[in-house]
Design a protein around this ligand. Structure first.
Ligand code: GLN
Ligand code: ZN
Length: 761
């Protein structure tokens, strides 16, 4: 019985690659230094998997930045603006594509399916001269072999590569990316031949786009591609990996009918219907790579349950053709539990990070082969049982309250126009009211204060004093700038999810549970392990302190339930919506406490609402229903005169606009600086709806300071499609990552632009 790992995190257990990359980019270390860190990481990963007993160990899942960019390099598909002149692609060209350089901006980055990983989007037009320009896959295969590990080289499959690309500038509307298939397959053939020559006996193609809603034309591209590769692949075993969701019956049929393919990998954690497809019809003599160990989460596998699934599959595909695997690459989970010294033993026993998942995969394979490690399995069973029965997990009152929510859809009693009128009587704001999204620059000094308080190096009194001083500074600045609706600046917050998670029960935090987000950037999601509730108010003290410093309205600032959910590792023992409802109830308590404390404007950020949208269209409606419902739960209990804002860090929500409207917020602020035209249609819908809208009037992601004219021009463009009385004037996101030297003049110009336009109305 064999074991297989789809892919492994690259960053290293203590983010070694991150630090090596950043030091190289800062010119503090050499290319050789970076290469050394990378090869040490690769060899330790290969060694770890081989020591664990894994049979099919992946190579080429390491990357200096991103695996899709690696494929772009392999194919020599460098956009002309990077001035690459042929030859093997080196760090210069590679990192210029990833991060831009002094004269050319980076290539676009987008989310990898529904994960928080971002890949570099290939830009392809009819004139790309594909050529074999990065031998990385072969080099890594040989590198592992020299270390005594015979690996399975992993390539992004040719069809997935094209389906994830975007047409180059100038041919956006007209170009059919799949027409490039005949041009890239010759390069794939060169790579395959070299891998064969180097001694590879297996090769893995990742074709995760197979789980999307694909039309027959796209499905045919898979058939054509692998038929063309068949003769080159002969003599090699080939596994096609799919992951992240159920596969449609049509795609399943296409996949299992592909020529030259020996095995198929499926995500059986998310793919419950896939299991039925396999049971009803699996091609004779082919290998099934059964992804039963979850690559997207941090929970220990329920080994007994997996074993019974696997036993069922064994009777279908045959003993020698079943391979135990992970549901997807382990890239999307944390690296190694060994480094978690602060988590208590009970919680730790419930978890498995990448290193532990490798051991689980192997234990399952051995058990199927009749060599069950009884001690390992019984420890796992005990941990599963303790998780089910632990009083830390279950809170009857919370369960009951969440269950009771289902009866109603929690809407505010009056419609938004009536509410806005009531609010305006109280707030008395000018037309084109100005505000900001929440955070103000976080100086080194401020970060130091927070860190020292956390480490008990300064007293609570000193901490409170320091934060109060910071708030006062931010309030004074906003008054001086003459902003209409103020914020306290969020100086007490390190992260918009962690800050709330730390004060809610049911959350745990890791010291090193980092997951790559893009390039060298990693996130450390909290772990939601139990029923969520709010033992005491979380933000009321700071918001009312801030409000006491000014007579202008002070916005209370909260993170919404959907965003907290989507940016955490979520429990897998109840549906996501149950957990979301629980968080919503906790935030509801906070909203109502803020209102009682005299806060009349409350912003509930839902930065990640769109990001949680399922991959398959058939699941969108259900997700949006409970996500939007959760948001409404948080604020359905406030008075008409309390103004509820929400903020979203994106603007491409044309497809979900009805859900955004259904959130029934009084004011929506959105990121707008990057994609203007797309927003116009959204605005038109907004006009019908009547809520306030604040499309960001300048991009805070850049240090550039926009002029008054430029901002005024932008607002004018918005006024062309929006009614004057619903438009708000604000930057597009929080200002946390900017410097005061940038923020002050930018906001000054923003307020000046609003004032200028008020005189012209
Ligand atoms: N209120 C948050 C902040 O200003 C919103 C963050 C965001 O835009 N993602 O930092
Ligand atoms: Zn934002």
């Amino acid at each position: 019985m064999a074991s297989h790992i789809v892919g492994y995190p690259r960053m290293g257990p203590k983010r070694e690659l991150k630090f090596a990359l950043e030091s190289f980019w800062d010119k503090k270390s050499s290319a050789e230094d970076l290469q050394k860190v990378a090869s040490d990481l690769r060899s330790s990963i290969w060694k770890q998997m081989s020591d664990a007993g894994i049979k099919y160990i992946p190579s080429n899942t390491f990357s200096y930045y991103d695996q899709v960019l690696d494929a772009t390099a392999m194919l020599g598909a460098v956009p002309p603006r990077y001035g690459w002149d042929g030859g093997e692609i080196g760090f210069d060209t590679y990192f210029s594509m990833a991060r831009g350089n002094a004269s050319v901006p980076a290539m676009e980055m987008t989310k990898w399916f529904d994960t928080n990983y971002h890949f570099i989007v290939p830009e392809l037009g009819p004139d790309v001269n594909f050529c074999y320009a990065s031998h990385k896959a072969v080099d890594e295969y040989k590198e592992a072999k020299a270390l005594g590990v015979d690996t399975v080289p992993v390539l992004i499959g040719p069809v997935t590569y094209l389906l994830l690309s975007k047409p180059a500038k100038g041919v956006e509307k007209t170009f059919n990316l799949l027409s490039l298939l005949p041009k890239i397959l010759p390069i794939y053939k060169e790579v395959i031949s070299e891998l064969k020559a180097a001694g590879a006996s297996w090769i893995q193609f990742d074709e995760p786009t197979l789980i999307l809603d694909l039309d027959s034309h796209k499905l045919e591209a898979f058939t054509a591609a692998y038929a063309d590769l068949e003769s080159t692949l002969s003599g090699l075993n080939v596994v096609i990996e799919t992951y992240f969701a159920d596969i449609t019956p049509e795609a399943y049929k296409t996949l299992t009918g592909l020529k030259g393919v020996t095995g198929f990998g499926f995500d059986l954690v998310r793919g419950t219907q896939t299991l039925d497809l396999i049971k009803s019809d699996f091609p004779k003599g082919k290998y099934l790579f059964a992804g039963v160990v979850d690559g997207r989460n941090i929970w220990a596998n329920d080994l007994a349950s997996s074993l019974s699934t696997l036993a069922g599959l064994e009777s279908i595909v045959g003993k020698d053709k079943l391979v135990v695997s992970t549901s997807c690459s382990l890239l999307h989970t944390a690296v190694d539990l060994v480094n978690e010294t602060k988590l208590d033993d009970e919680i730790k026993s419930w978890l498995a990070f990448a290193a532990q998942k490798v051991v689980e995969v192997n234990a399952l394979a051995k058990a199927l082969a009749g060599q069950k490690d009884e001690a390992f399995f019984s420890a796992n069973a005990a941990a599963q049982a303790s998780r089910k029965s632990s009083p830390r997990v279950t809170n009857e009152a919370v369960q009951k309250a969440a269950a009771e929510l289902k009866g109603s859809d929690h809407r505010r009693a009056t419609n938004v126009s009536a509410r806005l009128d009531a609010q305006q009587k109280k707030l008395n704001l000018p037309v084109l009211p100005t505000t900001t999204i929440g955070s103000f620059p976080q100086t080194l000094e401020l970060r130091r204060v927070r860190r020292e308080f956390k480490a008990n190096k300064i007293s609570e009194d000193d901490y409170v004093k320091a934060i109060k001083e910071e708030i006062k500074k931010v309030v004074d600045l906003q008054e001086e700038l003459d902003i209409d609706v103020l914020v306290h600046g969020e100086p007490e917050r390190n992260d918009m999810v962690e800050y709330f998670g730390e004060q809610l029960s049911g959350f745990a935090f890791t010291a090193n549970g980092w997951v790559q987000s893009y390039g060298s950037r990693c996130v450390k999601p909290p772990i939601i392990y139990g029923d969520v509730c709010r033992p005491k108010p979380m933000t009321v003290f700071w918001s009312s302190t801030a409000q006491s410093m000014t007579s202008r309205p002070m916005k209370g600032m909260l993170t919404g339930p959907v965003t907290i959910l989507n940016w955490s590792f979520v429990r897998n023992d109840q549906p996501r919506f149950e957990t979301c409802y629980q968080i919503a109830l906790a935030i509801k308590d906070e909203v109502e406490d803020l209102e009682k404390a005299g806060i009349n404007v409350i912003q509930i950020d839902e930065a990640a609402l769109r990001e949680g949208l399922p991959l398959r269209k058939s699941e969108h409606a259900f997700y949006l229903k409970w996500a939007v419902h959760s948001f409404r739960i948080t604020n359905c209990g406030v008075q008409d005169t309390t103004q509820i804002h929400t903020h979203m860090c994106y603007s491409n929500f044309n497809d979900i606009i009805h859900s955004i409207i259904d959130m029934d917020a009084d004011v929506i602020t959105i990121e707008n600086s990057r994609s203007d035209e797309k927003l116009l249609s959204v605005f038109r819908e907004g006009v019908k709806y009547g809520a306030g809208i604040g499309p960001g009037v300048y991009d805070i992601h850049s240090p550039r300071i926009p002029s008054t004219e430029e901002i005024a021009d932008r607002i004018n463009k918005m006024l062309a499609v929006l009614e004057t009385n619903i438009l708000w004037v604000n930057p597009d996101c929080g200002l946390k990552t900017r410097k005061y030297a940038e923020v002050k003049p930018a906001l000054q110009n923003m307020v000046a632009a609003a004032k200028l336009l008020r005189t012209q109305l």
